[in-house]
Design a protein around this ligand. Structure first.
Ligand code: MOS
Length: 684
C-alpha cells in the first residue's frame, strides 16, 4: 500500500465539486459533434439497404444528382478506396455486397441537410436478394454443452433448478445521436466526432485511409451519452471521411437520424440462458452450470458473453459455463453498459431467487451463505470483495428484516406489493500507459491535458479533482482539456476504467511537474508523464453491490411500478460524489428500462428493428422512476487502481432487472424469465 503525500490527503475535501462543465452544458455553449461550426459546411445523408443479405445490382443516382444543391453522390462504384483492415463493419461503400438490413449503400452530400435527405430518397437501388438468417428465437431452449461430471453432480444434488431465461436486443439510444463532421485538406483529415475514444477513432481511420496517425485529428470535446455505442468506429464516421475525400476543403456533417442509429451503431445482443443449479437443502451451492446462446453478425463477430459472472459470483464445488453464438445476417452488436454482466446477472440472480424459495432460505442469506473466499474460477484472491457488506447494509436500510417471504401476500388498494434483491458486480480493469501533460499558465492556473473522453459521465470533473489533489491546489486553479487526439495518449472511456486509468497518468504528470518545477512555477512550465494504475496480474479485481427493489402490480391491469430502488455499492474510492451518484442513479434507471420497457422488436423476415425510434423503443422517463437511493461503502482500494479507484460507470445497471423481477414474483407469485416484464405476464 502506498503512502499518500500530504496534499493527496485533501481528496475527500474535493469530493463534492460541482461538475466543471455544468454551466457550459446548461447554457448550451458546450459544442457537441453536430454543433461545431465550420465555414463551407455541407451535409451528408446516407441511404440504407432494404434487404438483409444479397448484393446491389444497380444504383440509380440520376434523380439525386440532378437535384439542385446536391454536390456528390457516393456509392461503391465511385467512393474513394479504403485499405481492407479486416473489419467489414468499417469497409464502407467498397463492394456491392449487402450483409445486413440498414447497411450504408450510398450517401448524398448537399448544401443543406434537407436537400441531402431528399436526394437520398430519390436514389433507386436494385438488389439480388439472397436468403438471410435473422431470427434468434428468444423462446428456443439452449442445449447444454455436454459435461458428464456436471450432469452427475446435478443429478446428485438434493435441490435442483433447471430454468431458461431470455433477454431481448437492447439499444443504447444515447440522447445525442451519432454524428460526425469531416474535413480533408492538405493530406490531413480533421474529424469532429461523438466518440468514447479519440485515439481509437484516429487509429482506425488512419489505417483505413493509409495515413500516418498524426494526419488524422479527431475532436470530441462533449458527448451526449454513449453507453458503449461510441467505442467502435461505426460506418457513418467512415462515410463522412469518404465524403470529405471526395470534396476536399469542405466540412461534411453527417448526423444519423434516430432510426438510422438502430442499425448502424450497435446494440446489445439478445440472450438465452439456461441456468442449472444444484444445492444442499440449506442452499449451499454444489453446482453452477450456465449455458448461453447469443446473436452475432456475419459481418463481424461480437460476443456479449453473459455467462461470465456465473463462474465467479458464488462458491460452488463445480462450475460450468458455455457460450454459443448464432451467426446471423443482422446489424453488428457491440458493447453496451455492463457488457456480459448486465444480462448475465439478470438470469443468475433471478435463478438464485428461485433457489432461495426452493430451499426456504432468505435470498439475502442465500447469497451470504455462498460467499467464496477466493475467485472460484481462477483461484486468485479478490483484493476487495465486499458483497456481503453491501447486502447487509442494504438489507438494513431497506427494511428487509420485516419482509414476509410468502409470495402474493401483500395487497393494498388493488395493488400487489413485493420486494426483491439481487447482487451486482462488474470487473475492475485499467488500461496501462496513459499519458498526461500539465502546463502552468500565465493566469496562474494549471492546464491538464489528456485525450480522455467525457461522455457525460463527469470525467472532466473527476480528473480536475485528482489533478488539484495531486498538485495541492484548489480545483478552481485547474483546467482540464480532453477529447482531442493531439493531446497525450489516452485509452477509450469504457469498461468503467476511465477515471482510474487516466487518473494514474494525471497524478504521474502532477508529481513530475512538482519534481521539475517546484511549487512556485513560472508561466509556461510544463511536464508530461505516463502513468499506470495498479497491477492486477495475481488478483481478481471486481466491484460488487446489492440492489433492492420494491414493486407494486395492479391486480386488474397488470401495470407494474417500481416504487423503490436501493443500490449499495463497493467500488473503491469515489472521487467525486455528485457525478458518481449520477452514474449510479443513471445505471439503475437504465436497469428499470431493461426490466420493464426495453425490447428491440425485429422483423425476422427483413431484419428490420421495427420499433426503431423513441416512440416505439421505450426507455424510462421521470414518470417511471419513483424513488432511487444510492449508497456506497466508504473505501479505498489502494492495491487496485489509481488512488484506490475502481470505477462507477457500469455496475449500477447490473442486478437491477433481477431485483425487480424477483420483487414482481414476490408480489404476485408469477415468475417471469424473459425481459421485459409486461402487463401480459401478470394477467393470466
Ligand atoms: Mo462501456 S459498454 O465499456 O461504454
Amino acid at each position: 500500500m502506498s503512502v499518500l503525500s500530504a496534499p493527496e490527503r485533501s481528496l475527500t475535501a474535493l469530493a463534492d465539486l460541482e461538475r466543471v462543465d455544468g454551466r457550459a452544458k446548461v447554457e448550451g455553449s458546450a459544442a457537441y459533434a453536430a454543433d461545431v461550426p465550420a465555414a463551407s459546411m455541407v451535409y451528408c445523408h446516407v441511404v440504407q439497404s432494404s434487404i438483409a443479405r444479397g448484393s446491389l445490382t444497380r444504383i440509380d443516382t440520376d434523380r439525386a444528382e440532378a437535384l439542385s444543391g446536391v454536390l456528390v453522390v457516393l456509392t461503391h462504384d465511385n467512393a474513394p478506396r479504403l485499405v481492407d483492415i479486416e473489419d467489414a463493419e468499417v469497409f464502407v461503400l467498397q463492394t456491392p455486397a449487402v450483409a445486413y438490413r440498414g447497411q450504408i449503400v450510398a450517401a448524398v452530400v448537399a448544401d443543406t441537410p434537407e436537400t441531402a435527405r431528399l436526394g437520398a430518397d430519390l436514389i433507386d437501388v436494385s438488389y439480388q436478394v439472397e436468403p438471410a438468417a435473422i431470427a434468434f428465437g428468444l423462446d428456443e431452449p439452449v442445449q447444454p454443452q455436454s459435461a458428464a461430471e456436471i450432469d452427475r453432480a446435478l443429478a446428485a444434488a438434493p435441490v435442483r433448478l433447471d430454468v431458461h431465461y431470455a433477454t431481448p436486443p437492447e439499444h443504447h439510444v444515447a440522447m445525442e445521436p451519432h454524428a460526425a463532421a469531416a474535413r480533408w485538406a492538405d493530406g490531413r483529415l480533421a474529424l469532429q466526432e461523438s466518440t468514447q475514444g479519440v485515439h481509437h477513432t484516429r487509429d482506425v481511420l488512419a489505417r483505413l485511409l493509409d495515413l500516418p496517425p498524426d494526419h488524422v485529428l479527431v475532436s470530441s470535446r462533449f458527448v451526449g451519452g454513449a453507453f458503449g455505442s461510441k467505442i467502435e468506429v461505426h460506418p457513418h464516421t467512415v462515410t463522412a471521411a469518404l465524403a470529405a475525400l471526395a470534396l476536399p476543403g469542405r466540412t461534411i456533417r453527417l448526423v444519423l437520424t434516430r432510426q438510422q442509429c438502430f442499425a448502424l451503431a450497435g446494440y446489445r445482443s439478445p440472450t438465452r440462458q439456461r441456468i442449472r443449479l444444484g444445492a444442499a437443502t440449506d442452499g449451499q451451492l454444489q453446482v453452477v452450470a450456465v449455458d448461453v446462446a447469443e446473436q452475432t453478425s456475419r459481418t463481424k463477430e461480437f460476443a456479449e458473453n453473459c455467462q461470465g459472472p456465473a463462474a465467479r459470483m458464488y462458491a460452488s464445488v463445480k462450475r460450468h459455463t458455455s457460450n454459443r453464438q448464432s451467426i446471423l445476417d443482422v446489424p453488428i452488436p457491440t458493447w453496451m453498459r455492463g457488457p456480459g454482466c448486465t444480462p448475465g446477472m439478470f438470469a443468475l440472480e433471478a435463478a438464485m431467487d428461485e433457489l432461495a424459495i426452493a430451499c426456504a432460505v432468505d435470498p439475502v442469506e442465500l447469497r451470504i451463505h455462498n460467499e467464496p473466499l477466493v475467485d472460484p474460477e481462477s483461484g486468485k484472491p479478490f483484493p476487495q470483495r465486499r458483497l456481503v457488506n453491501c447486502l447487509r447494509v442494504g438489507a438494513e436500510r431497506f427494511g428487509w428484516e420485516e419482509r414476509d417471504p410468502t409470495p402474493r401476500a401483500r395487497r393494498r388498494s388493488g395493488w400487489w406489493i413485493g420486494t426483491g434483491v439481487s447482487s451486482a458486480t462488474y470487473p475492475h480493469a485499467r488500461i496501462a500507459d496513459n499519458a498526461a501533460r500539465i502546463r502552468f499558465q500565465a493566469d496562474g492556473r494549471y492546464l491538464v491535458e489528456i485525450a480522455a473522453a467525457d461522455i457525460g459521465t463527469g470525467s472532466r470533473t473527476a480528473l480536475a479533482v485528482l489533478a488539484a489533489d495531486a498538485l495541492g491546489v484548489p480545483p478552481s486553479r485547474v483546467e482540464v482539456e480532453l477529447g482531442v487526439s493531439d493531446l497525450p495518449e489516452a485509452s477509450v472511456a469504457g469498461g468503467s476504467f476511465g477515471t482510474t486509468s487516466w487518473g494514474a497518468a494525471v497524478i504521474a504528470a502532477a508529481r513530475a511537474f512538482r519534481a521539475q518545477h517546484g511549487t512556485d512555477p513560472g508561466p509556461g512550465a510544463e511536464s508530461q508523464a505516463r502513468g499506470s494504475a495498479g497491477d492486477l496480474a495475481d488478483r481478481s479485481a471486481h466491484s460488487f453491490g446489492a440492489q433492492f427493489a420494491e414493486v407494486r402490480i395492479r391486480e386488474d391491469t397488470g401495470e407494474i411500478r417500481v416504487t423503490r430502488l436501493l443500490g449499495v455499492f463497493s467500488v473503491g474510492r469515489v472521487v467525486n460524489a455528485r457525478t458518481a451518484r449520477s452514474q449510479f442513479v443513471g445505471g439503475m434507471t437504465m436497469g428499470i428500462g431493461m426490466a420493464l420497457h426495453e425490447e428491440g422488436v425485429w422483423d425476422s423476415r427483413y431484419g428490420l428493428v421495427v420499433n426503431h425510434d423513441l416512440a416505439g423503443y421505450h426507455i424510462p422517463t421521470c414518470a417511471d422512476v419513483e424513488e432511487i437511493e444510492v449508497v456506497w461503502l466508504d473505501e479505498d482500494d489502494p492495491d487496485t487502481g489509481a488512488r484506490g479507484i475502481r470505477g462507477v460507470g457500469e455496475i449500477g445497471i447490473t442486478g437491477v432487472a433481477a431485483a425487480i423481477a424477483n420483487a414482481a414474483h414476490h408480489a404476485t407469485g408469477v415468475r417471469v424469465r424473459r425481459l421485459p416484464l409486461t402487463v401480459d405476464d401478470f394477467l393470466s
